[in-house]
Design a protein around this ligand. Sequence first.
Ligand code: COA
Ligand code: AMP
Length: 631
Amino acid sequence: MNYKDFYQKSLEQPEQFWKEQAEQIEWYAQPQTILSKDQNDYPLWYADGELNMCYLALDKHIQDGFGDHVAIIYDSPVTQTVIKYTYHQVKTEVAKLAGGLLSLGLKKGDTAVVYMPMIPQAAFAMLACARIGVTHSVVFGGFAPHELAIRINDCKPRVILTASSGIEVDRLIAYKPLVDEAIELAEHKPKKVVVFNRKLGARVPFKKYDVDYDALVYGSEEVPCVAVNATHPLYVLYTSGTTGKPKGIVRDTGGYAVSLKFSMHYIYGVKPDEVFWAASDVGWVVGHSYIVYGPLINRNTTVLFEGKPIKTPDASTFWRVISEHKVAVMFTAPTAIRAIKKEDPKGDFIKHYDLSCLRTQFLAGERCDVATLEWYNQHIPVPAIDHWWQTESGWPMIANMMGVEFLAIKPGSAGKAVCGYAIQILNENGQENGPNEEGFVVIKLPLPPGTMLDLWKDSPRFKSGYLSAFPGYYFSGDGGFKDTEGYIYITGRVDDVINVAGHRLSTAEMEEIVASHPAVAECAVVGIHDELRGQIPLAMVVTKTGELMEHFQLEYEIVHLIRDQIGAVACLRNVMVVQRLPKTRSGKILRKLLRSIVDKENFQIPSTIDDEAIIGEIQEVIDKYATNKQK
Ligand code: COA
Ligand code: AMP
């Protein structure tokens, strides 16, 4: 099969194309309506189909006779543990946990928050929710209580599932006190908190709402899967937007199941029974789609890795996991490869491992720079495939579809549009750009199955944020260009979202927090270039008149405000004090200009700037700051 024809068919006959793909999964009620529209004229897939995601991920394989195959390999260098769970074992645990959740009063249509480190119980919790039609919202364990509280208030969970602790390299992070603090901060109060005690020595303060995970599972009977409608929200996953309030991306069940099955086969080119490893975290969309649901639906063995590419214990970890578990296809973020490259520039560790099992390396989460790609290619003889997608899409939008046809790799490009995605590059007037002309990356509606359904309880924001900028198109928030052969190059966000080590963060949210410091009159947070993490945030603040606080003290306090409110993952470490911020005559801060000045890029002075002299002042502060930091 060739990519061109397959892709063309997906756009010309979308209903036929996605009807055929829907036949690749099992439904309780096969959909008769393939594509329809909701009350907002937004596409709905398989509206009258009925299915259950947990059934597809677990029970189906047992019924088909594969219950003894390994479903999950939990590999945890931080606890020096490797545990393999068969499909049968996972199903038993999940079905009992689901029974336990029902006994706590959870029912189809409710929501539950999962706040866990990278342990199998995180996946069990997600699957147990899916089994009984409860919409889960997984919150990344690196987020602070304040962030967790925002999500609790928004999705109003009846139950939170958590664990006693996570481990950051060699540091124990007690999760339970963080959950208690979040509940105290939140207006909405969940009824129960299910706590999985890892017995690693973390403090687990007891509250009246606590339920012990083990006791709940062992005291409960297995319960069957319930049928849900295809448009039933499987999960809400919060991601950063351009305001201080995170956006709850709502994922359907039917379209998502079809798209994951499709992508495992046609994009990742992975066959059932093979080992698939996405080295990410269940708190991100990659974890939802390609640690938990995608590989399990496809009957793969998925690796759930609790560690980092370096320091756990060193830069050889990835290669050990690949060779030890015979990983066929792997997925990670370029920043992880950069971290390994920094520790092991000559690739000496790689030579100690037999990586002959590895067929393809996928990279995403941020732009893959050419130097990283070249280093990878120099040391590991498998194709390294950049591919582009977002929390909103749920699965890749631009890629080299390895299960269809391997296209030549062009370094710097994320590949070509994936089936179902009519990707165009528009200028600000909504006209299509010519080849190699940079513009806004948009997708002509309808989006294919599996992409976001809505924003949780906020359709107006969904429409204004994604569908209004270019009517008839979904706007991705990214900029890029397409070459004459259809290869697409993503150049980065065109809004205030930044990407720190593959983690998506909002500078607007950071600005709100920085501005809350009593000494700060106004501020701007911009994402600047960083060798390891791709980008890091930098805060520029103007202090209130008469404020005499020492710079180092102010920096320390602001850095800690961000760590306390968002979490250490934000990586805000630098705060500069400036006299004024560059603004337009109408008072808008010129953030793009600030970023270019800090990154020492060529820039054009915007004609709208109110006072050009500020540029020189800022350059001076940056140079002085850099010299002081070096000292
Ligand atoms: N819980 C609590 N804290 C966490 C956390 C978690 N789940 N995850 C990260 N943090 C903390 C870290 O401990 C660190 O804190 P510190 O500033 O006190 O040291 C901070 O957040 C930054 O974390 P991280 O970016 O992971 O820094 P690092 O130096 O430990 O590791 C990399 C650097 C590049 C190795 C790491 O960022 C990485 O593996 N990146 C790949 C990310 C990825 O796979 N993203 C998936 C998207 S597809
Ligand atoms: P997230 O929703 O956290 O997955 O982040 C999605 C954003 O990460 C996208 O909008 C892009 O800005 C960026 N991104 C993800 N993958 C790539 C890639 N392969 N190339 C360039 N940017 C990427």
